[in-house]
Design a protein around this ligand. Structure first.
Ligand SMILES: CC(C)(COP(=O)(O)OP(=O)(O)OC[C@H]1O[C@@H](n2cnc3c(N)ncnc32)[C@H](O)[C@@H]1OP(=O)(O)O)[C@@H](O)C(=O)NCCC(=O)NCCS
Length: 126
């Protein structure tokens, strides 16, 4: 069994700048429609976007995968249980592109406040 860990910290203001500058194309490349709907419904929407971006980076960090500049990340998706607890869902395309083993289990934890958002990921490969 392998246990891999990843962490990423994102400055909320930088996420806000990227979204304001690059608009819908950037959003669609990085965030799924469901993620956009969730973040867009929140008062502090850039915090929620920033923490999801951190989650995607933390998954890639745990797996030692480095995305190419401009690569699509919307297939690494943050979803939520009814309790609000977040989890990662990986599309078949993302699994292929980032060479993520089919049996990998991904555990996720998120936190954010006005300035920073942080995500930690543990990947268990049986
Ligand atoms: C859910 C909880 C952990 C969120 O903590 P918070 O300090 O308000 O906010 P944080 O910035 O640390 O974390 C926010 C993220 O926690 C995650 N979260 C929400 N509910 C969660 C849950 N039940 N379990 C794990 N993570 C959860 C979400 O991903 C959320 O971000 P998102 O809305 O962008 O998806 C917290 O409110 C909580 O319920 N704690 C349990 C103890 C408690 O009830 N305390 C309140 C009385 S003192």
């Amino acid at each position: 069994m392998k246990i891999l860990q990843g962490i990423d910290l994102v400055k909320v203001a930088r996420m806000e700048q990227a979204i304001r500058r690059s608009g819908k194309n950037f959003l669609d490349r990085i965030f799924s429609p469901e993620e956009q709907a969730y973040c867009g419904s929140k008062r502090m929407r850039f915090e929620h976007y920033a923490v999801r971006f951190a989650a995607k980076e933390a998954v890639l960090k745990a797996l030692r995968a480095r995305p190419k500049k401009g690569q699509k990340l919307s297939g690494i998706e943050v979803k939520r249980l009814a309790t609000g607890k977040p989890y990662i869902e990986l599309s078949a395309e993302a699994r292929r592109r980032f060479r993520i083993p089919a049996k990998a289990q991904v555990e996720l934890s998120l936190a954010h406040e006005r300035e920073y958002a942080i995500a930690t990921v543990v990947v268990v490969i049986p």
